[in-house]
Write a protein that binds this ligand. Structure first.
Ligand SMILES: *[C@@H]1O[C@H](CO)[C@@H](O)[C@H](O)[C@H]1NC(C)=O
Ligand SMILES: *[C@@H]1O[C@H](CO)[C@@H](O)[C@H](O)[C@H]1NC(C)=O
Ligand SMILES: *[C@@H]1O[C@H](CO)[C@@H](O)[C@H](O)[C@H]1NC(C)=O
Length: 439
């Protein structure tokens, strides 16, 4: 009797586990450089090849994406399998359905060469204290933006509790990330002591020739987007200095190619986790060796700013400090102010957007901001439409620690915040509008 009872319970538990674990989960999308393609990545806790069936008719998903890789990896005691496939031959401005092991998702492609779109950019978002999580999901599902760039520090941390924190975060966001691309770059919190393995295995960014997610670029309409690792600088002693050179050489080649086609792709926007400029109180990353190393290089190793200046990078986004700070155009600490300074700006504009939902209290700004600091905000915020062409950058509300930027990219009409027109490198005009996500 006792034995029988035990067997029944064991069997029941086994079945339940088997069912729970047999579902592909944490499904998310990423751009892979060509708008006719969409990468899809998911996780399972068991081995087995899946294919992705997709199509424009939910009742007839007649295209198939063969899984390109399935990788077994471990974080502490937990073994996971990361799956990757690429949906291709996608038609522009079309709703697609896709199915993985019976689970159905959908997304809409952008137009063929989209000249207007919106992106939500933030850094430093936790699973716990994820203050802007609900707003990001709600606004994203309402069509307020077309994709996301998360500039590092994801979930706090992806690897916590043998990676269960990362699983929880990716499950929470699956409704959104399965519908719009989620582009990421590593922050210091992605260092899991195993050379960023959780970050490498869970995501799949555009191909860079080195089989990793640390740096990459993609064109989307009028913008050449470049994601870079500041963590090669932060962890050079642990993982070697070679990666700094690898990235630097790749970056210069990539930017040279981007500059040569600037007439059709006028904007160059880069992002990395740590700031090139910031004015936070008592902070290594803003004023000490750590900043010099990343910005201008040190000890015979190259920094990032000279390449940004040389290629006339227009905008740079970062996180790491839990605040929002926008700068006037600046090159090697020489800055430009004045009316219309963001029109045909003579140097890159840096924007810190690191307060999506941090695990530590908001950063404290230094009482003496850098001379080229244009706007600082710790407590945020929303944007307010004043009239048809004018947005107030921010209206302060009593919500601590939760900002996500929305960037609206156009190539038409007059300027608002950042614009260019008839610059030697471009024909016509282009404009980027920066607003805040509705909390
Ligand atoms: C926002 O984050 C702070 C700091 O972690 C936390 O105290 C607060 O409860 C959070 N608020 C919400 C609405 O999640
Ligand atoms: C860490 O990963 C980088 C990028 O994937 C690689 O180039 C480097 O050799 C690795 N370093 C170690 C010590 O494993
Ligand atoms: C919109 O508001 C701004 C700021 O008050 C003002 O400068 C601008 O002239 C207004 N534009 C229109 C079209 O009303």
């Amino acid at each position: 009797m006792g034995l029988f009872w035990h067997s029944c319970i064991l069997l029941a538990i086994f079945l339940q586990v088997a069912i729970a674990a047999s579902v592909p989960e944490q499904v998310h999308l990423a751009f892979h450089g060509d708008t006719s393609e969409m990468a899809v990545i998911w996780t399972t806790f068991y081995d087995g090849l899946h294919h992705v069936y997709y199509g424009t008719d939910v009742k007839n998903m007649n295209q198939v994406a063969i899984e390109t890789s399935i990788k077994k990896w471990t974080s502490g005691s937990v073994t996971r399998y990361s799956h990757r496939a690429k949906m291709s031959n996608l038609k522009p401005s079309t709703t697609y359905y896709y199915k993985i092991e019976g689970r159905v998702f959908e997304f809409k492609t952008l137009s063929a060469n989209p000249q207007s779109y919106r992106v939500c950019i933030f850094g430093d978002l936790g699973y716990e204290h994820g203050n802007s999580t609900d707003a990001i999901i709600r606004n994203g599902l309402n069509g307020q933006f077309d994709f996301i760039i998360h500039v590092g520090d994801i979930a706090y941390d992806l690897h916590t509790d043998d990676g269960r924190r990362g699983d929880a975060y990716m499950r929470r966001f699956e409704p959104l990330f399965s519908a719009i691309p989620y582009m990421v770059i590593a922050g210091n919190h992605e260092n899991d002591g195993k050379n960023f393995s959780n970050f490498q295995e869970r995501f799949w960014m555009p191909h860079n020739g080195f089989n990793d997610n640390h740096f990459y670029s993609f064109d989307l309409g009028p913008v050449h987007w470049v994601g870079l690792s500041s963590e090669f600088y932060g962890y050079d002693r642990e993982y070697g200095k070679e990666s700094i050179w690898t990235q630097y050489n790749w970056l210069n080649t990539d930017l040279k190619a981007a500059v040569s086609k600037r007439k059709s792709v006028p904007w160059i926007i880069t992002y990395q986790h740590r700031p090139i400029y910031c004015s936070i109180d008592y902070n290594h990353d803003c004023s000490e060796f750590e900043n010099t190393f990343l910005r201008s290089g040190a000890l015979g190793l190259p920094g990032l700013e000279p390449s940004y200046i040389q290629s006339h990078v227009d905008l740079n986004f970062c996180g790491h400090q839990h605040a929002y700070e926008r700068f006037y155009p600046v090159a090697d600490r020489k800055y430009y102010t004045g009316k219309d300074v963001y029109h045909n700006a003579p140097a890159p504009t840096y924007i810190l957007t690191g307060s999506a939902g941090c695990h530590t209290p908001a950063a404290k700004f230094s009482s003496e901001p850098l001379d080229w600091s244009a706007f600082r905000l710790v407590r945020v915020i929303s944007f307010r439409k004043v009239n048809s062409s004018y947005y107030l950058e921010a209206t302060i509300m009593a919500i601590p620690c939760c900002t996500s930027l929305m960037l609206h990219i156009f190539t038409c009409s007059s300027s608002l915040l950042i614009s260019m027109k008839n610059r030697p490198m471009i024909s016509g005009s282009a404009k980027i509008q920066i607003t805040w996500m509705q909390p």
